[in-house]
Design a binder for this molecule. Structure first.
Ligand code: NAI
Length: 391
């Protein structure tokens, strides 16, 4: 796939405009299509502003920025995508709407063109089934903001031709991204493995182990995470985070490890969605500053207990994803460091104290609460028994 290949992007919203910028920066003539003219106009204005800012900051030469902008063509008719060698779809997260678009693309594009979906929660297999040639359909899951976040989860559906997957991986590397390959399972890698960061932190708060500010502070200062779970949920939006949690739980046929919490549901019902509404777990002023005040001091023993419990649950998810062949150990660790900025890969982190240590934390939690939520992955148990390391 040369950089002369025309790349089409469908959906000129948050993700689509970011992906169009990435494709154009990699040198491709890019067509950005949306059915709503106002969405395309807004995206083109936003892209121009972004490129201007990059020039102001000295990150791009003015000539280069102009060339990137000139490579992006706006469109409001799907037929403008006819000459594309790759089309990446980033429209509304609705299976019926996506299937309709893929059926149209399947008929419109040449038979060797690659079709990709940026879906975060739907099945790539289900979307591909709308095409007569499902072998050329692959998931390319970018992270927000697409131009800045290096990770792309490459997801073959059941019918995807391995060559399409390899071509997509190579192309993402050529675009300067870090591709990881994962099975077409709910949440892919990141949105599955990261669930306990929120879920177990909320659980600690509900049990009254500590307040939110203390939990956030412990995970940042002792755990080394860039943001605490509650401030991160406020940034993502509690409505979005709740929907993802609920979707993952339902898609796993109500697996108790992913069960949503009433705390989160009540935040959504109250309209306390986070930064965007000025109030979530914290209250924000008009400058977006949280009114929590000075960071609390955390007694080391309590802080260490919080971090150990959340980390044990995260490591268990990572181990179970490996156990079930969702991705390789290398890709599971890359996904969490390059997609959500974790300080270390979870499996590498597990190796520091060893599988037996994490198993004992989980066994103790399961004995105390009697809940299936804390059951250790069979892989963690096996590794502890054989004193094995992940890496
Ligand atoms: P958005 O709401 O910002 O943009 C969606 C755009 O698609 C809108 O401009 C809309 O007019 C357009 N659209 C809807 N139906 C269309 C159709 N039939 N044909 C052409 N255009 C159509 O949505 P956002 O946040 O960019 O998400 C897009 C996709 O990316 C979703 O599948 C979402 O799950 C996924 N995603 C979102 C992430 C995020 O952080 N927002 C991260 C990774 C994936």
């Amino acid at each position: 796939m040369s950089d002369k290949m025309i790349v089409g992007v469908i959906g000129a919203g948050t993700m689509g405009s970011g992906i169009a910028q990435v494709a154009a920066q990699a040198g491709h003539p890019t067509v950005l299509f949306d059915t709503r003219k106002e969405a395309v106009d807004k995206a083109m204005t936003g892209l121009q502003r972004t490129l201007d800012k990059l020039v102001e900051k000295g990150k791009l030469e003015a000539g280069t920025a102009k060339a990137i902008g000139d490579r992006i063509t706006p469109a409001t008719e799907i037929k403008a995508l006819a000459g594309c060698g790759l089309v990446i779809e980033a429209i509304v997260e609705d299976l019926a709407v996506k299937k309709k678009v893929f059926a149209e693309l399947d008929a419109l594009l040449s038979s060797d063109a690659l079709l990709a979906t940026n879906t975060s929660s739907l099945s790539v297999t289900a979307i591909a089934a709308a095409c007569t040639k499902p072998g050329r359909v692959v998931g390319l899951h970018f992270f927000n903001p697409a131009p800045l976040m290096p990770l792309v989860e490459v997801v073959p559906g059941v019918a995807t031709d391995p060559r399409a997957c390899d071509a997509a991986r190579l192309l993402m590397t050529a675009w300067g991204k870090v591709p990881v390959t994962c099975k077409d399972t709910p949440g892919f890698i990141v949105n599955r493995v990261a669930r306990p960061y929120y879920g177990e932190s909320i659980r600690l708060y509900e049990e009254g182990v500590a307040d939110m500010a203390t939990i956030d502070h412990a995970l940042k200062t002792i755990g080394g995470f860039r943001m605490g779970p509650f401030e991160l949920m406020d940034l993502i939006g509690n409505d979005i985070n709740f929907t993802v949690t609920r979707t993952v739980w339902e898609s796993f046929f109500y697996e108790p490890r992913y069960r949503p919490s009433f705390t989160q549901q009540r935040m959504v019902e109250a309209g306390w969605l986070g930064r965007k509404t000025g109030r979530g777990y914290y209250i924000y002023d008009e400058k977006g500053q949280s009114a929590v005040g000075a960071a609390p001091s955390v007694a080391p023993e309590l802080g260490a207990r919080i971090v150990e419990r959340v980390l044990a649950m995260l490591i268990n998810e990572a181990a179970d994803a490996l156990h079930l062949g969702v991705a390789s150990k290398e890709d599971i660790d890359l996904a969490m460091t390059k997609g959500v900025n974790y300080p270390k890969g979870l499996l590498a982190w597990a190796d520091e104290k060893g599988a037996a240590h994490w198993l004992s934390v989980l066994d103790a939690l399961q004995a105390e609460f009697g809940e299936d939520r804390y059951r250790p992955s069979p892989l963690l148990r096996r590794m502890a028994r054989n004193a094995q390391r992940f890496h």
